[in-house]
Write a protein that binds this ligand. Structure first.
Ligand SMILES: NC(=O)c1ccc[n+]([C@@H]2O[C@H](COP(=O)([O-])OP(=O)(O)OC[C@H]3O[C@@H](n4cnc5c(N)ncnc54)[C@H](OP(=O)(O)O)[C@@H]3O)[C@@H](O)[C@H]2O)c1
Length: 283
């Protein structure tokens, strides 16, 4: 490990996406801290991350003084907390302002911009393994696959290992300071129909397609109670509206793979091969 590597603190580091970031941070040689609640039930992953070299700090987000002294030890803060905790991140922000030394923090956008703390916002798009599990349900051995809308809208699927590596790289890269980084490598853009056809070729079989119409999805996202309405709303945004691909990058936005052209990213074809031979578990 090099002495000058930034020290990185990750909130939510024991979680689905956070654990990829912790592993990437360790792999890239950063002293890596994970903030985890005292009553966390993530024993297995905590032990795994600790054995890889992560420093686990037990605490609660509202323990202000503890947060401030921890923040004084690190250079970069990454938040991968789950959606219901989105506003708890403001408590982290308050502690960062008091600590005064943080070089980078992500998320809770306007509050961070207003706080004058250097930041990078990232838009990771669809986590590849997460969405392959959701869309194709490879572990279920079913004969049918659900197609949302016509199946033609294009989406970006990035394998979680690459999301982890991108996130640590952009968090410590001066070129991304106070900018938005979007993970949208051209090779990772695919429609549901293309994904299904690729999977059928690999499996050597044809699946029955069950279509859920745009109208049905819109109705469900408006009528289901919170939080059951979240998955269908996300599917509607991505696979009907095409929100991950239907816009050009703005002036303050950078595409991640353009920053690191030498990174060997996992293609969707390779991701499906992983699912054939050693399928990642559904989240
Ligand atoms: N783009 C995509 O495809 C994609 C896919 C999955 C997730 N996401 C996003 O990634 C973010 C993280 O989601 P995730 O599924 O990785 O999170 P998660 O696994 O549900 O939770 C992450 C960690 O947060 C901590 N935590 C859980 N509940 C908490 C609470 N009530 N108070 C404080 N800490 C709590 C837990 O750590 P401890 O137990 O150690 O405290 C947990 O391991 C979310 O914004 C989610 O929407 C995106």
């Amino acid at each position: 490990m090099e002495k000058n590597e930034s020290k990185i603190l990750i909130f939510g580091g024991t979680g689905y996406i956070g654990s990829y970031m912790v592993k990437a941070s360790i792999k890239l040689g950063h002293p890596t801290y994970v903030f985890s609640r005292p009553n966390s039930n993530k024993i297995e992953i905590i032990n795994e991350l600790q054995s890889m070299g992560a420093i686990i700090v037990r605490g609660k987000i509202d323990e202000h003084d503890k947060l401030v002294s921890l923040l004084r030890e690190v250079d970069v803060v990454i938040s991968a907390l789950p959606y219901p905790q989105v506003f708890d991140q403001l408590k982290i922000l308050e502690a960062i302002k008091v600590a005064g030394n943080i070089k980078k923090k992500k998320k809770v956008r306007r509050a961070i911009e207003a706080a004058n703390i250097p930041y990078t916002f990232v838009s990771a798009n669809c986590c590849g393994a997460y969405f392959v599990n959701y869309l194709l349900q490879p572990s279920e051995q079913k004969e049918e696959i659900t197609v949302y809308g016509t199946g033609e809208a294009k989406a970006v699927l990035n394998y979680e290992d690459d999301v982890g590596i991108f996130t640590i790289k952009v968090a410590t890269d001066p070129r991304t300071c106070n900018r938005v980084v979007i993970y949208r490598p051209t090779a990772n853009i695919i429609s549901q129909n293309e994904l299904i056809s690729m999977w059928e070729n690999k499996k050597g079989k044809t699946f029955n397609k069950v279509h859920v119409s745009e109208e049905e999805m819109a109705t469900l996202s408006e009528t289901l109670p919170y939080p059951q309405n979240i998955p269908i709303s996300i599917m509607h945004s991505i696979f009907i509206k095409g929100v991950t691909t239907n816009f050009d990058l703005g002036e303050n936005e950078i595409e991640a793979s353009a920053l690191y052209p030498d990174l060997n990213l996992t293609t969707i074809d390779e991701l499906l091969d992983i699912f054939l031979h050693d399928p990642p578990k559904p989240a």
